[in-house]
Design a protein around this ligand. Sequence first.
Ligand SMILES: *[C@@H]1O[C@H](CO)[C@@H](O)[C@H](O)[C@H]1NC(C)=O
Ligand SMILES: *[C@@H]1O[C@H](CO)[C@@H](O)[C@H](O)[C@H]1NC(C)=O
Ligand SMILES: *[C@@H]1O[C@H](CO)[C@@H](O)[C@H](O)[C@H]1NC(C)=O
Length: 258
Amino acid sequence: MASTTPQQFALLLLVVALPAAMSACAGEHFPPGRTYVTCQDLPYLGAALHWTYNASDPSMSLAFVAAPAAPGGWVAWGINPTGSGMVGSQALVALVGDASSSNSSSAPAVRTYNITGYSPLGKASTPIAFQSTGLAADAGSGGKIRLYATLQLDKGMKKVVNHVWQVGSSVTRGAPDMHAMDPENLASKGKFVLSDGATASPPAPAGDTSGSGDGSGDASSTRPPLSRPISRAADTARVSAPALVVLALLGVMTMSRW
Ligand SMILES: *[C@@H]1O[C@H](CO)[C@@H](O)[C@H](O)[C@H]1NC(C)=O
Ligand SMILES: *[C@@H]1O[C@H](CO)[C@@H](O)[C@H](O)[C@H]1NC(C)=O
Ligand SMILES: *[C@@H]1O[C@H](CO)[C@@H](O)[C@H](O)[C@H]1NC(C)=O
């Protein structure tokens, strides 16, 4: 491991660049006006989280993308400020099928729920710890639902945040029905990092290089060990080619130090 051959370097570049092609993050095209600095492909249920963190508020503008377990179902995402599982999470839920509504072509309803236990959720929002604005949802490609929101976060909040996500197959009288208990449903929780990439570069058309220096520096210093491959795959979708090479070089240097 003392030195890296050109072949190893090429392989590393390939390994770094390849996942971007298959990433749900990279494939998402939001309506005009909805852009996010960071995206993470979540490891279960085919979900992805896109967000922009503004440290001076602090706030988080986000889009959670997932397909309900069945066409008339629901998708949910939430921060858990007090633990790592479902109970305690401050959830946003987008409900597609609503048996109480005769209008199936209308946009999914979005509600907030303070998840206090395992009992069924009602048809009305409950207050959550974070002030939420801009609650909306629309239909993405492949049966996916895109849930949008801006959350006002706590000033003292840790940068590494526990979150959970879920999908369900049905909605009854306006309330989300219980989700499946398959391994993926039970495993769908993790962490993400509130990184300050937002200040480096507003999302810009292709060819922009002005922001990439700041952006990649920020990202690498705050990237958590757990989500490194995921974040890197997501990053490659938006960083310029020179930044990609820098990322790869950093990888080689790290490897040869070991
Ligand atoms: C971040 O929030 C501050 C305070 O609300 C605001 O002035 C600023 O414009 C925001 N930054 C971005 C990039 O939206
Ligand atoms: C259903 O909702 C859509 C969008 O909100 C609206 O344009 C349409 O008129 C509604 N249709 C009925 C039958 O209410
Ligand atoms: C959420 O529920 C817990 C447990 O009942 C409660 O302590 C907390 O105050 C609730 N949060 C909000 C924002 O209402």
